[in-house]
Design a protein around this ligand. Sequence first.
Ligand code: NAG
Ligand code: NAG
Ligand code: NAG
Length: 418
Amino acid sequence: MPSERLPLYLFVGFGLFSLFYQTIGRNLWVQVGYGYTLQPLSDFPYTCRRLNDPSFEACEDMWLSEGTRQLFLSCSDSVARKEWLPNLGRLNATGRSRKDKLVVLDIDKPAGNSFAHRTLATPNYPGLNGDGLLSLIAITGLENNAVPGGAIDLYLNNQLPTVDPSTGHPVDNTQTGANATIEVFRITNPQTATAATHITTYHDPHIATPNRVAPMANGAFYLTNDHGTNRVGLWHTLSPIIKTGDVSYCPAPSAAGVSNGACKRVEKGLAMPNGLWMGRQDGLLYVPSTASGRINVYRPSASGDGEVNLIEEIRVGVPLDNISEDAEGVFWVAGIPKLLDAMPVFDDPLRTEGVPTSIFRISKRNEKGRTGYVILKALEDGKGEVLPLVTTVVHDVKTGRLFVGSVVKDFIAVCERK
Ligand SMILES: *[C@@H]1O[C@H](CO)[C@@H](O)[C@H](O)[C@H]1NC(C)=O
Ligand SMILES: *[C@@H]1O[C@H](CO)[C@@H](O)[C@H](O)[C@H]1NC(C)=O
Ligand SMILES: *[C@@H]1O[C@H](CO)[C@@H](O)[C@H](O)[C@H]1NC(C)=O
């Protein structure tokens, strides 16, 4: 039985555990989508269309380079996600995708119904035993102006199978979990580049079940471990309920390079923390949680030691996914209001029926010297007509367009203002 089905049964029998009800009951309602009213796409001032192209398969995450007007996507193989998606306990290493890739979309160059795009080669990345393959989940980037001519540094979370060091062959990953790493690639001449250069690999006990990375200009970064350090088994399955997800911090590399083992956990007790984001304007860390429908806002300590203080909880009330920030400092986050309906899509990624997805716009407001957040449902596809099972959304301020990616579906979508 695929292990992520297990929570379904656990949820059903859950009412019995009245002892736990006070602490987790609310999260449960959030996950089931109880009492939530879905609206159709036609209620919103957007027209959305699918971009069907083999390049846009299973693009779990995207990052918009405002400087170069290019959208970077981490894409994979929809059908293979069924076998290999360690974040959801799918650990059949033999079945992992052999075509994960970095795709770049020129958002100012429409091409037919879509946009000009290209795939970046990764020639000096070794992969496993020299196969050169990546196993991608999230992507985020930094415009690196320290490099003459400009460069983009991409931070990818990669989940290669764990191997037996003596033979180099994958072991049974259902017993060990994947060998998660953070890979940094640099793209010079980003406007025209057709390749990305592998710079470094971070491998650390606190990079265990990474969901996404939030890098800072000095090269240090935060990451969420969506299942904490529980890579496999019952504790992995139960993690969203018993809240073992965490935020960890890895310091900037020293002159001698990356020192593996230097990362540390800075927050714990989270219910499946997802794609976090470092606010470009306020320097605050935004951590959405899928299982609680909340975004925690943290202030990193001024001393630079990586510690964080919780300063705000934004309650959205819908299971949330990866968050992003647009050029005006407005946050965009994808929601999956009926999370349990979404689970079968992972078994049958190409099924035609959609699942409800929502997109929230979260803006900051200063009131009486205190910062508050205004939550607006910007868009919802309550019938699952056009949008894929959303795992990320990016807003382009210049055109008002929304780009919508999906960890499993074989297309992305774009929504234009009506
Ligand atoms: C693992 O994936 C391979 C390739 O897709 C498939 O043939 C095999 O049946 C899968 N194994 C299990 C245990 O599901
Ligand atoms: C959110 O993004 C991360 C990486 O970007 C990915 O692992 C995750 O599956 C995404 N969505 C959900 C629902 O977890
Ligand atoms: C995990 O990945 C790291 C970095 O690529 C590598 O050095 C290490 O040997 C791998 N370990 C296992 C057990 O697969």
